[in-house]
Design a protein around this ligand. Structure first.
Ligand code: FE2
Length: 188
């Protein structure tokens, strides 16, 4: 195996390499987000991510942050899982709880919950009739860029490195949500 020689840069090149164009303002209208959340081509988890149009990484709202919006159907809960990014969840609709390390954090409209990095958690919609919607900020793009994005789902399986490209053994498919009785839910 040949040695891959590293670059040695003068200071001015280092400073120049750190210079990045400023992002333009961007806006995502709630009507568009909601339509996509409930559309047939939304992914089967009823989850969408906001991407800034000027960023190569289409799943990033700014360089280091992702915004994920997710519907949890009545009686549905996500799989118990954990991941490297922290997550800050804003509740914009419905009621339920997030269980973090076996502690239940009950939430309703306007509440904010922090899931720290690498902690087991699951989200549960306790309503029998109303959808819950969580608006989540995550530092996943920052971890992805440093090849340090890991996820364990469902809990108990070996953690997977999510974004190592071109390696079929490292691919990641999210598990479907389940009902409170642990039945896999009907997605649509
Ligand atoms: Fe999560």
């Amino acid at each position: 195996m040949s040695v891959n020689p590293g670059k040695i840069l003068p200071y001015v090149d280092y400073v120049e390499a750190m210079r990045k164009p400023l992002l333009s303002p961007a806006m995502w209208k709630w009507d568009d987000i909601e339509n996509q959340l409930y559309s047939s081509d939304s992914d089967r988890r009823h989850l969408v991510t906001l991407g800034h149009p000027e960023l190569e990484e289409e799943a990033s709202a700014v360089h280091d942050l992702a915004i994920v919006i997710q519907v949890i159907k009545p009686g549905e809960k996500s799989n118990l899982h954990r991941h490297g990014p922290w997550a800050i969840h804003f509740v914009v609709r419905g009621e339920g709880y997030t269980a973090i390390n076996d502690e239940k954090y009950h939430w309703g409209f306007g509440d904010t919950v922090l899931t720290p990095a690498w902690t087991y958690h699951e989200h549960v919609n306790t309503s029998e009739t109303e959808d819950a919607i969580l608006y989540t900020f995550q530092n996943s793009p920052a971890l992805s860029r440093s090849n340090n994005l890991f996820r364990e789902e469902p809990a108990g399986l070996p953690p997977k490195h999510v974004l190592q490209k071109d390696d079929p053994n490292q691919s990641f498919q999210p598990e479907p949500p389940v009902t409170a009785n642990n039945d896999v839910t009907n997605w649509k």
